[in-house]
Design a binder for this molecule. Structure first.
Ligand code: PLP
Length: 454
């Protein structure tokens, strides 16, 4: 780092150039101008995401209006340490009640005895489980990155920070399946403390029962990371990890679940719950952004009311989109297995210029998804992988159905196969989006709802 300019020399060249441009732009602006700039950036981002883009990035969603309104609460900046009803701080009675409410709703939605809702993110939920249930040096097994493992399962993320000895779950790439016999052998040879299932590329369910049986041989805990599929589980269309034998499940609350940012941990095991509770506080949080909990409670209530229809519509849309992609000449990864069992899809774009070029061209047309490793890719090709990953939950929330899915496939064809000019495709994207301007599967905005702040 240059100590005078603070230039982070380890950044990528394009990141350095971007940073430099912004710093030059703000040079000499007065404080009110700087504040106005920040507000304008926020407004323009919002207008883009809500009105001019097709958001198909799997790790994102749009919160309902009532959930969003609650996030503006001043409770955000109140530390709330300890258990509701016995906090270290005083004056937060209403938020303490909201905390119990959020926990109760999440327990009910996921049919889980214990729910931890204070983690600020899915990564932190994973970290809480790892900190609570493992010791540095313990063996864990997780999937490889090309097969979809999240960084928090890996050396560079939470698992590495916990100094765990990370082994890779053997995987049959051709059949998109865990190689259970090889896993059994490797687990016997190096007994783990924990086995992590679940991934960022999650197209098909995992053999949770079989993995639990293998884990039981050596007394290992099975963690199912449902970051992406929490909305599908809540809606009853995806395997239920705890019912199938996972000891503990983590998830993000803002991806398919559609709630505020945050992470949850669910378990039926009292000892695991106690350890995770301690890992969250005093381990990882003091102020856990208390405003998130009334918002999470509203999102969970919306899920209780509309979740099963939402989840069913997501899966139906993903099926239509997969077929339409194939009809438009695109290669859907995992096609031989039915493309997907959930809301996510992966395109094999090796024949369309590769993942980086494809995601960039799609962005130029206002179609947002991400380049992604596919199971057969080398982990080293992470900056130009063979795939593009996308999911339909956000466009489903905007009310898009089968006809819109077919138009989305035609738009992908226009960008990736026909290589039409981005400006032309962009106009079609904006026209499509304009037909869907009201978020579905949520409660109507009501002036008396308590979502407005004075
Ligand atoms: C499988 C998986 N686990 C955990 C996370 C982390 O979630 P968060 O963004 O809430 O930290 C992700 C995020 O994308 C993920 O894909």
């Amino acid at each position: 780092m240059n100590e005078q300019t603070g230039t982070p020399s380890w950044w990528e060249p394009e990141a350095l150039a971007f940073r430099q441009r912004v710093l030059e732009e703000i040079e000499g602006l007065s404080p009110p101008e700087l504040a106005a700039l920040a507000e304008r950036l926020n407004r323009e981002q919002e207008e883009f995401l809500a009105g001019r883009a097709l958001c198909l990035y799997p790790g994102a969603n749009r919160m309902s209006p009532r959930v969003r309104a609650l996030l503006a609460s001043s409770a955000a900046t109140r530390a709330s340490e300890g258990h509701p009803g016995a906090k270290y701080q005083t004056g937060l009675r209403w938020m303490e009640e909201a905390e119990v409410l959020a926990v109760g709703l999440i327990r009910r939605l996921f049919d889980a005895p214990y729910a931890e809702v204070r983690a600020l993110s899915g990564s932190m939920a994973n970290m809480a489980v790892l900190n609570g249930l493992t010791e540095p040096g313990d063996v864990i097994f997780s999937l490889s990155t090309p097969v979809g493992a999240h960084i928090s399962h890996q050396r560079v993320g939470a698992a590495g920070y916990r100094r765990l000895d990370i082994h890779t779950i053997p995987y049959d790439v051709e059949n998109w399946e865990i190689d259970l016999e090889a896993l059994r052998r490797e687990v016997r040879a190096s007994p783990p403390r924990l086995i992590i299932l679940g991934a960022s590329l999650i197209l098909f369910p995992y053999p949770v029962r079989e993995v639990r049986e293998i884990a039981d041989e050596v007394g290992a805990v099975v963690l199912y990371d449902a970051a992406h599929v929490a909305g599908l589980i809540a809606g009853g269309v995806w395997q239920h990890p705890l019912r199938e034998g996972a000891h503990v499940m983590t998830a993000s609350t803002y991806k398919s679940f559609g709630g505020p940012p945050g992470g949850i941990v669910l378990t039926a095991d009292e000892d695991i719950a106690r350890r995770v509770d301690r890992a969250i506080f005093p381990g990882l949080t003091a102020n856990f952004h208390t405003n998130r909990l009334p918002a999470l409670a509203v999102a969970a209530a919306e899920m209780l009311a509309f979740g099963s229809r939402y989840a069913r519509d997501c899966v139906a849309n993903a099926q239509v989109l997969a077929t339409a992609f194939q009809e438009e000449g695109l290669v859907v990864a995992g096609a031989e297995k039915g493309c997907t069992a959930g809301h996510m899809l992966a395109l094999d774009v090796r024949g369309n210029g590769g993942g980086r070029a494809a995601a960039t061209a799609l962005e130029a047309a206002h179609i947002i998804c991400n380049m992604n490793l596919l199971p057969w890719d080398s982990p080293k090709s992470v900056r130009d992988p063979g795939g593009v990953r996308l999911a339909v939950h956000e466009v489903t929330r905007w009310g898009m159905g089968p006809e819109a899915m077919k138009e989305i496939a035609r738009l992908f064809r226009a960008v990736l196969v026909e290589r039409r000019p981005p400006a032309e495709v962009r106009q079609r994207v904006i026209a499509l989006k304009a037909r869907f301007d009201t978020l579905q599967y949520c409660f109507p905005v009501d002036e008396n709802s308590g979502g407005e702040y004075i």
